[in-house]
Design a protein around this ligand. Structure first.
Ligand SMILES: NC(=O)c1ccc[n+]([C@@H]2O[C@H](COP(=O)([O-])OP(=O)(O)OC[C@H]3O[C@@H](n4cnc5c(N)ncnc54)[C@H](OP(=O)(O)O)[C@@H]3O)[C@@H](O)[C@H]2O)c1
Length: 756
């Protein structure tokens, strides 16, 4: 751990809500598993894509809504089920996310994460990918999105890697071959590179752009003809192909107009190929496509893998025998073509700006007052051995401080307030939980750790945290953080819970507590050893919030009284989640059963006042296909009560998400989506309502947690209750596997109530 620690890195961030671009100081990234840290030397501004993003972000709320009718539809559905206020709050929170700009860069490897064999510190690399190869001094890049820069290729040329590979992927989809005639429509960066790659592939190239200087550039890059007038191009094309038409047309233009697609169709020969790589109008003119039986494809980024989390985040490559050209191999080949001299990029570079002056670059692109094509951001070179960065354990003072001078020392002491340190500030935290935490009496938002520096910085500023970091250890080691809130994805919960307990913190962990029996057993051992003899014991809470909902408390009171053994039926209209969502990843999410069903088991425990003794579950359908997210679960509780959960994804999202029906002691209780509750007994009906929004108890959950910590315990929900909830979820999984009821038995000796 020699050398200086890095305090912050500069990164260009755009606010999607306001469109504002800022060069921000953000905590340095941590490589993590399967990724490398790269100190950038050069990054390419992809003027077309970035200009589109800037213009989109600068639209009014109404303009954005017009541009994304799909999201508006979702918001309307949410308003119908959860109330307008809630829908507006969530929609605004979504808009308010920081967007890192840039996706093509080059630099040297600074750190190599676990599981990366392909790179070593000091390697020269070129990187691609939104959210990875950004305009920032240091970037974290998954190993499959980085390639070595061949000798002889300079930083500037290497930083074109994403754009080059995008052009190459369009060629591959067009299956061009030696001697074919290919038309290129649009001669921006992609078009200019496309022309050169086509020449390298032995094609005859004709090109069209609205600007003469670009057409001229294309001629210099080997186009046999490049013009600004379509009818001229048509004549040339006919002449060059003996009237047949071109073999393929590649569209690299960026315009909402359908014209390029129509032109491409008109220029192609019978059974020719049309590839759209640029953002253009895509209304396929049926007549032309039908009569010539044309092939058409929209090429996707720079090759197979780019949108596959297994390829990007898990670093799994596709076997070359089945996927010869992946995103990574396209990147490699593009650089090989540059190294071999077939592609020249120097004359494409019209502007260079040091990162500190990036605002000027964007202003120039947006105003469009002077001609530009290749715009580069440059970064200072490394300064030698002192450059070695210790990113493993930045002490708290290395975290990025936000806000008032004086910082922590001038604030309340931990004895009179709870100092919360958040690990994770993703969708759930920023949209639901942190807003619910804000303003809870006695709760101080101390620090927030995220994997990506810009997100932590944004959350810190937006919600008023005192520091942000990319090191969760900085949260756990911070003397003034006494409550660790673990809000990461499921796969890290068990480990982080144990680390937080070892660090002596109170713990709040989002559901689920863990994903396997082994993890549960470890948590029990760690909890016992870390809390033994401690008075008071640390407060421990899992984020099963529904039992804290005002209507849940109201209904529980109605059923209060002896001799009621309840039967609770919980229906969940869970909706479909895209199959690539992280919740389905076995390591990160564990699936929806483990990830979400605990909520409903916990709720049944709360209402019945008992714990599950036996479970049985079946899924919808017969075969392996489908059905995994559609479950009927029955629970036999230790006191004889019954619970059933219908967890269904096959319904309609516009129907309210949750409905609970409770029977017992001559009474019936109903909760409708946490907005309305009814209790009927002896013919009398009592009702309670939340007028403006569904309230699932997040705020009350936080208030209880803070009160418990300030009051010296005990935990609002005993630790052993969580063990039953978790074990019951695992037993449901076993029941599905075995096709029979499964007893809920805790690992190790039976828990004793005094555990909490
Ligand atoms: N109780 C409820 O009603 C409810 C509802 C929905 C979800 N949840 C739960 O909330 C949790 C989070 O879900 P989500 O949808 O918010 O997931 P998400 O959007 O993926 O957020 C995960 C967060 O963890 C951060 N992170 C990952 N690795 C980290 C590390 N090593 N150090 C520090 N931070 C790290 C991520 O940082 P980056 O942002 O930089 O990537 C991100 O901020 C899950 O347990 C989920 O089940 C609860």
């Amino acid at each position: 751990m020699a050398g200086a620690s890095l305090r912050a890195v500069k990164q260009i961030i755009q606010s999607y809500r306001t469109g504002r671009i800022q060069l921000m100081d953000v905590p340095p990234p941590v490589p993590g598993r399967g990724a490398i840290l790269v100190r950038n030397r050069c990054s390419l501004v992809s003027a077309g894509t970035e200009k589109y993003m800037l213009e989109m972000a600068r639209k009014s709320l109404f303009g954005k809504a017009l541009a994304r009718p799909d999201l508006v539809k979702q918001a309307v559905a949410k308003a119908k089920t959860d109330g307008i206020l809630e829908a507006c709050r969530i929609a605004l929170a979504r808009l308010d996310s920081p967007t890192p700009l840039g996706y093509s860069c080059s630099g040297t490897v600074l750190e190599v994460g676990a599981g990366v064999e392909e790179f070593r510190r000091g390697d020269r690399v070129a990187c691609a990918g939104s959210g990875h190869a950004c305009h920032a001094e240091i970037v974290r890049v998954p190993k499959n999105l980085a390639v070595r820069v061949p000798p002889g290729v300079d930083w500037e040329s290497a930083s074109f890697v994403a754009l080059g590979a995008i052009a190459l992927e369009a060629l591959r989809l067009a299956r061009v071959s030696l001697g074919e005639t290919v038309v290129v429509l649009g001669l921006g960066l992609l078009g200019q590179i496309g022309v050169q790659l086509l020449r390298a592939a032995g094609c005859h190239v004709l090109a069209l752009d609205v600007r003469e200087e670009r057409a001229q550039m294309a001629r210099q890059h080997g186009a046999e003809a490049a013009v600004t007038d379509y009818s001229r191009l048509e004549t040339l094309c006919r002449g060059m192909t003996q009237g047949r038409g071109c073999d393929a047309a590649l569209i690299f233009a960026a315009t909402p107009s359908n014209e390029p697609l129509e032109q491409a169709a008109a220029l192609c020969r019978e059974r020719g190929r049309v590839i759209a790589a640029g953002l253009v109008g895509l209304e396929v003119p049926r007549k032309a496509f039908y009569e010539k039986e044309l092939e058409f494809a929209v090429s996707r980024a720079w090759g197979p893998g780019v949108y596959d989390p297994l390829y990007v985040e898990k670093g799994r490559d596709y076997p070359p025998a089945y996927a010869r050209w992946t995103a990574g191999r396209n990147m490699e080949e593009f650089l090989a073509q540059v190294a071999g001299g077939a592609v020249r990029l120097e004359d494409l570079i019209t502007h260079r700006f040091p990162l500190d002056r990036s605002a000027e670059a964007y202003e120039m692109i947006l105003k469009g007052k002077e001609p530009f094509i290749g715009v580069l951001l440059t970064y200072p070179p490394e300064t030698g051995a002192a450059e070695k960065i210790d990113l493993v354990f930045p002490p708290p003072e290395e975290s990025l401080r936000i806000g008032r001078a004086g910082g922590l020392q001038s604030r309340e002491t931990p004895a009179s307030s709870v100092g919360a340190g958040l690990i994770g500030a993703g969708q759930f935290a920023t949209q639901i939980l942190i807003p619910a935490m804000k303003g809870v009496r006695g709760l101080r938002l101390c620090g927030v750790a995220t994997a990506t520096g810009s997100r932590g910085r944004h959350a810190a500023e937006k919600f008023g945290f005192e520091f942000c970091t990319t090191s969760y250890e900085a949260i756990l080691n911070h003397p003034e953080v006494n409550l660790a809130c673990i809000l990461t994805r499921h796969g890290s919960h068990a480990r982080l819970v144990q680390e937080a307990l070892r660090a002596g913190k109170h713990v709040f962990v989002e559901k689920p507590l863990c994903l396997t029996e082994e993890e549960l057993a470890e948590i029990i051992r760690t909890y016992d050893s870390e809390t033994e003899g401690r008075v008071p014991k640390p407060v421990f809470m899992v984020g099963f919030n529904r039992r804290f909902a005002p209507l849940a408390r109201w209904l529980k009171e109605q059923f209060h009284g002896p001799g009621r053994t309840l039967c609770v039926h919980y229906t969940v209209n869970a909706g479909v989640i895209p199959p690539q969502h992280w919740v389905y990843d076995p390591e990160e999410g564990g699936g929806r059963l483990l990830g979400e069903v605990g909520h409903f088991i916990d709720f049944i425990q709360y209402l019945t006042g008992s714990v599950p003794a036996r479970v049985f579950a079946e899924t919808l359908g017969l075969g392996r296909e489908g059905g995994g997210d559609d479950l009927l679960i029955s629970l036999k509780m230790a006191d004889g009560a019954l619970g059933s959960i219908a967890y269904l994804s096959t319904g309609d999202r516009r129907h309210p998400k949750e409905r609970i029906e409770v029977f017992g002691g001559g009474a019936v209780g109903v909760i409708d989506n946490f907005k309305r509750a009814r209790f009927t007994q002896g013919g009398r009906v009592r009702e309670s309502k939340r007028w403006f929004r569904a309230d699932r108890g997040h705020r009350a959950e936080m208030e209880c947690l803070v009160k418990a910590i300030l009051g010296g315990g005990p935990s609002p929900v005993p630790f052993w209750e969580y063990l039953y909830t978790t074990q019951a979820t695992l037993a449901i999984q076993a029941s599905l596997r075995e096709g029979q009821p499964v007893e809920v038995r805790l690992p190790g000796p039976p828990p004793l109530p005094e555990r909490s």
